[in-house]
Design a protein around this ligand. Structure first.
Ligand code: AMP
Length: 225
């Protein structure tokens, strides 16, 4: 018997997907599986997977499907995610979406809803170019929208702030191009099966969070209570 739904968070890079997925997962007490975080952790730990995916991640290209699908499906079979999870950053193209559908169907499960956070292209560029992350606790900051109290230092743990290698101008351009050609077609894919929940991603983190949580309560969570 499943405890929770399977919810995918889908958006362009810079739309606040990672921030929102983490907050909502905590609020709904669900496992949060972020493919980008799993790759970055493997790179930091210098594992065999990390070495293999480093150049893709740092240049803003998609890691090959076989590697990505194996990693995410493996994580999904852990006990905390078996009964449902929030997927953040996966699937990123049609092949991955089909592989996920197939793997869930084999266990008589399915994706329940897809939260699509919509932000204009102009806003995406503004957000991506000012992004900084804490090296220790991964808290995100933005030079304009949410600057740290002390420049270069994390408010929460005092860690050093750095720019992700894929947040440099050239990599940002590549990530947006990859998103529009490979990931954006998933919006139609999930709309056709009636699973898409479109949420306006402009405004403060808290405003967007409230929109997502209320849409999820209306459409999904009430049915699982
Ligand atoms: P993110 O943190 O979601 O922006 O992901 C950072 C990077 O990790 C991406 O630019 C890709 O290089 C890689 N990545 C994350 N998720 C996927 C995925 N589903 N498929 C392929 N590559 C991915």
């Amino acid at each position: 018997m499943r405890k929770n739904p399977y919810i995918i968070f889908l958006s362009a890079p810079g739309a606040g997907k990672g921030t929102q997925a983490a907050i909502v997962a905590q609020e709904l007490n669900m496992a949060h599986i972020a493919s980008g975080d799993l790759f970055r952790q493997a790179i930091r730990d210098e594992t065999e997977l990390g070495m293999r995916v480093k150049s893709y991640v740092e240049s803003g290209q998609l890691v090959p499907d076989e590697t990505t699908i194996k990693m995410v499906l493996g994580r999904l079979s852990a006990p905390d995610a078996e009964g449902g999870a929030i997927l953040d950053g996966f699937p990123r193209n049609l092949q991955q979406a089909e592989a996920l559908d197939k793997a869930l169907a084999e266990q008589a499960k399915a994706v329940d809803k897809v939260v699509y956070i919509k932000v204009s292209e102009e806003e995406l560029l503004k957000r991506l170019s000012g992004r900084w992350i804490c090296r220790q606790c991964q808290a995100p900051y933005h030079t304009i929208n949410s600057p740290p109290k002390v420049r270069g230092k994390c408010d929460k743990c005092g860690g050093e702030l750095y720019q992700r290698p894929d947040d440099t101008a050239q990599a940002v351009k590549k990530r947006l191009q990859v998103y529009f050609t490979q990931t954006a077609p998933l919006i139609d894919y999930y709309a056709q099966s009636g699973k898409l929940l479109e949420v306006d991603g402009e405004g403060s983190v808290d405003e967007v969070r409230r929109r997502i949580v209320s849409a999820l309560h209306r459409e999904v969570v009430a049915r699982w209570a």
